[in-house]
Design a protein around this ligand. Structure first.
Ligand SMILES: C[S@@+](CC[C@H](N)C(=O)[O-])C[C@H]1O[C@@H](n2cnc3c(N)ncnc32)[C@H](O)[C@@H]1O
Length: 136
């Protein structure tokens, strides 16, 4: 079935520099006093929310169900000279997809409501498995 996320170029039309700055400040607030060096976003999409965290020296990883969104995210990362590890997977089974653990694991952009309440809980357990013990 076709999805808005197949057209990541259209999805991104809403983005501009002012929103990028809002996201950068968001990560600054989240990171305040927490020393976050690595961040995984399990619904990274085209990276609008997450890529600005690179400005703070955070190493980025991301996953998403949509190949088109991930391809656009990769292109934007390359244009901004940002190193990022990206995987195409369902967040309900994300824990097996990454070998390392992260200081922070997020799901940005109101993406968890794509699954039912039981699966939200399952996904949060998956996220928890990917967080470094020292950061819990
Ligand atoms: C509203 S977009 C948010 C994208 C990005 N985080 C942002 O804020 O721009 C929702 C994203 O969730 C992804 N998504 C939906 N269901 C998913 C699932 N079960 N596993 C992984 N990603 C999923 C979609 O492919 C889409 O990229």
């Amino acid at each position: 079935m076709a999805s808005i996320y197949d057209r990541a170029d259209i999805y991104d039309l809403i983005e501009d520099d002012s929103r990028r700055e809002i996201y950068r400040k968001h990560w600054e607030t989240i990171g305040n006093g927490r020393n976050i060096k690595s961040l995984l976003d399990i619904s990274i999409g085209s990276g609008n929310v997450t890529l600005p965290a690179a400005d703070l020296g955070v190493r980025l990883s991301g996953s998403d169900l949509s190949k088109a969104m991930l391809e656009r995210c990769q292109k934007k990362a390359e244009a901004g000279k940002i190193d990022i590890e990206l995987k195409c997977c369902d967040f309900r089974s994300v824990s097996g997809q990454f070998a390392e653990k992260f200081d922070c694991v997020a799901s940005t952009g109101n993406s968890l409501p794509y699954v039912n309440n039981e699966e939200v809980l399952l996904t949060m357990e998956q996220m928890d498995q990917l967080v470094k013990k020292a950061c819990k």
